[in-house]
Design a protein around this ligand. Structure first.
Ligand code: NIG
Ligand code: FE
Length: 430
């Protein structure tokens, strides 16, 4: 057992979760090379699991994790402000969703039929549908509507076990709306138990009344300075794709973002292998996302540069595309993260379903998928406080499953096997 001495004082909120049949702590501590924090041992166990386990949290952070007998001796459940008897069920870290476009208005459900009639994602975009249609609806929506929409999506995510989520702007494509979207993300972060990580993505599409070069100038010269002085966004992302932003345009956006303190992220190799992954490596981006058409060479470059690959199997599922080659990234020693990519084209708010797809369609093991949805996802967001693990000192974000093992997360694909959710040491769903 690891932990700090003493029972929680009356002032600090305390929580004990005990009698877990198994408790997933996180990746083994020996995982990772000395020279880079973003590698994993391809032959090692993806996760450290303790049987008959418990954890205690005080003031939002894990203070002890280990065998139930030892943890409860030091932190008796009857003395805690809140306690959960896991009754032999599994306990895992809360899911971290490192890639969503969750703030938008409008409805694109009719695109399902258009796709079935043979239209591709890019056909729809070129005809002024897709992202641009959501941009029109989003510009028209007031802040309260956008906030209400986002909060309802966050409720759905929390019920499915997500405790931290990255949310991108990118359905404004002008200074005012992009700032409004980031403001709404910030307000939702204050109003909701889920922690939100805000990303600026003005370079999500080119508005239909502007040329691409002209729009890139607008992003770098007008949007980015305004976003920087607003001070909400942490990352800057770009859709590096044929027909959207090429590698040089993407580089301009990301370098300008970096100049004002935003860490780069890249939508790379989604429909074509354009060079976004190599760009992410050159810029030492936090992550390169999608990667459906990335190669072993790209995987090695990302691993070398410490860039986290974020795979989005829900997008491939929804579009009927080939899945990313997860095994190539795992074999390269990269900490492969997975995410929902929740957006109007990929209406999934379930990191559990993403784990199912990762196993059934990308040949990841349930443990690799769970690591991808927790600690590896936290790395894609540069979260270095232990988020995505239940190690001592980490934020106490945990799920009590209604299942005896963590394998049930990926195994079940109707309703997520989540019974209770603890966020920052407080029971937020039970
Ligand atoms: O990651 N690829 C670009 N952006 C989103 C889709 C957004 C949309 O279609 O509205 C994605 O899949
Ligand atoms: Fe995306």
């Amino acid at each position: 057992m690891t932990g700090t001495d003493g029972v929680a004082s009356g002032e600090d909120h305390s929580c004990v979760v005990y009698d877990a049949g198994e408790l997933v702590v996180g990746p083994p501590e020996h995982a990772g090379d000395a020279d880079t924090e973003t590698s994993t041992d391809p032959d090692g166990d993806p996760l450290e699991i303790i049987e008959d386990a418990a954890f205690a949290a005080v003031d939002g952070a894990v203070v002890a994790v280990g065998p139930t007998e030892e943890v409860t001796r030091e932190y008796p459940p009857e003395n805690a402000d809140e306690a959960i008897d896991a009754a032999g069920n599994a306990v895992v870290p809360g899911f971290v969703d490192p890639h969503t476009h969750a703030v938008f208005a409008g409805d694109r459900s009719d695109e399902l039929e258009a796709k079935l009639r043979g239209k591709s994602y890019q056909d729809i975009l070129e005809e002024g549908g897709g992202i641009l249609r959501t941009v029109r609806a989003t510009r028209e929506a007031d802040d309260e509507r956008l906030l209400e929409n986002l909060l309802s999506h966050l409720d759905a995510m929390l019920a499915r076990g997500t405790t931290t989520v990255e949310v991108k702007s990118g359905y404004g494509l002008d200074v005012d709306t992009e700032l409004r979207l980031l403001e709404v993300i910030d307000r939702a972060d204050d109003a909701h138990p889920i922690d939100l990580v805000p990303t600026f993505m003005g370079a999500h599409a080119v508005p239909d009344d502007t040329g691409t070069e002209e729009y890139v100038d607008h992003v770098t010269d007008d949007q980015l300075p305004a976003v920087a002085s607003q001070g909400i966004a942490e990352f800057c992302d770009v859709f590096c794709e044929a027909g959207v932003f090429d590698v040089e345009q993407s580089r301009r956006v990301l370098e300008a973002g970096r100049d004002v303190g935003l860490t780069p992220k890249v939508h790379a190799e989604e429909f074509t292998r354009l060079g976004g992954a190599q760009l992410a490596a050159t810029l030492e981006a936090a992550s390169a996302d999608h990667l459906l058409h990335a190669t072993a060479e790209d995987a090695a470059a990302l691993r070398e540069a410490g860039v986290v690959p974020v795979l989005l199997p829900g997008t491939a599922f929804g579009l009927g595309e080939e899945y990313a080659d997860a095994r190539t990234f795992l074999e390269a020693g990269a900490p492969v993260a997975i995410a929902t990519d929740f957006n109007p084209n990929c209406h999934s708010r379930s990191m559990a379903f993403v784990q199912t797809l990762s196993c059934l369609e990308m040949e990841m093991t349930p443990a690799e998928a769970l690591r991808g949805a927790t600690s590896a996802a936290a790395r894609a967001l540069d979260l270095e406080d232990g988020t995505g693990t239940l190690r001592t000192g980490a934020p106490a974000d945990a799920l009590v499953l209604e299942a005896p093992s963590s394998a049930h997360v990926a195994y079940r694909f109707d309703t997520p096997a989540v019974d209770a959710v603890v966020k920052s040491g407080e029971v937020v769903r039970s």
